[in-house]
Design a protein. Structure first.
Length: 265
């Protein structure tokens, strides 16, 4: 019988058998590609993660060592630090900034807002915004400061300079019964914030009888019937024009800004 032809022998030599050469070891055993690089990468990631955890929690490099306070006017920095009660010598990453903010707002009602942040590597920063008294309520020889939202936030023994006294004298009108003392106080403070700056500086007191019956007493025996806090911008413009046109008048009524009135005693 005739053997394989020359073409057949050539085809056998050129036809690959088994896996491609790159999967063979020199001894003929097979191997999976890329196992060693993957193992090295996994070990490196693990080591880096462990190092980061140690740096943040275990080392002395990133620990809270001081508290910086800014933004105070009436409060002192020491008062804020004491109320904040920041846990010093603890990892910066473990400091609970939300808890610090809660403590400050609860213990120091004068604080309207506080921004607590980490200033790496060792400082906790407290940026304080204090409430501003827009009016005061006098009771028993003490003065209760009231902010723009009508919140009574502090009691002082001496009347703050340039802050009008709020005199609550509610009548028996339906509006007084409907709104209540807190809402009436808030409306009165709203009026204060609407006043022209010069008028605001001259205002000695506000008398509140009802929601739409708020009267201001100024220096020099002058009075202003303001009404409610509604249409405050229009009332302020009308009042400015009246005072300019009638500087000797001592009573101004802008409760209806489209139909104001002015008189002199």
């Amino acid at each position: 019988m005739a053997g394989p032809s020359t073409a057949e022998r050539g085809a056998r030599r050129t036809t690959p058998s088994g896996p491609p050469p790159r999967f063979r070891r020199p001894g003929g055993r097979f191997r999976l590609p890329g196992r060693r690089p993957l193992l090295v990468t996994a070990v490196a990631v693990t080591l880096l993660g462990a190092g980061a955890v140690w740096l943040l929690y275990g080392s002395s490099w990133l620990r809270a060592e001081r508290v910086r306070v800014t933004g105070t006017t009436v409060l002192t920095a020491d008062e804020v630090r004491s109320a904040a009660d920041v846990p010093l010598n603890t990892p910066m990453v473990a400091v609970d900034t939300a808890a610090i903010e809660h403590r400050l707002r609860e213990r120091l009602p004068r604080i309207a807002k506080v921004d607590v942040s980490r200033s790496w590597p060792h400082t906790i920063s407290l940026v304080v915004t204090e409430r501003r008294p827009e009016a005061i309520v006098e009771e028993g020889g003490k003065f209760h400061e009231v902010d723009a939202a009508g919140v009574r936030f502090s009691t002082v023994s001496k009347r703050p300079k340039g802050v009008p006294v709020l005199e609550m004298e509610p009548d028996r009108s339906p509006s007084s019964r409907h709104f209540g003392p807190t809402a009436l106080r808030r409306e009165a403070v709203r009026v204060v914030t609407q006043l022209p700056e010069k008028v605001r500086q001259d205002t000695r007191s506000l008398r509140v009888r009802s929601y739409d019956s708020i009267t201001l007493e100024l220096t020099g025996g002058r009075t202003i019937a303001w009404g409610s806090g509604e249409r405050g911008e229009a009332k302020a413009k009308t009042l400015t024009a009246l005072m300019k046109a009638q500087p000797a008048a001592d009573h101004f009524d802008v409760s209806a800004p489209s139909a104001p009135a002015v008189s002199r005693s």
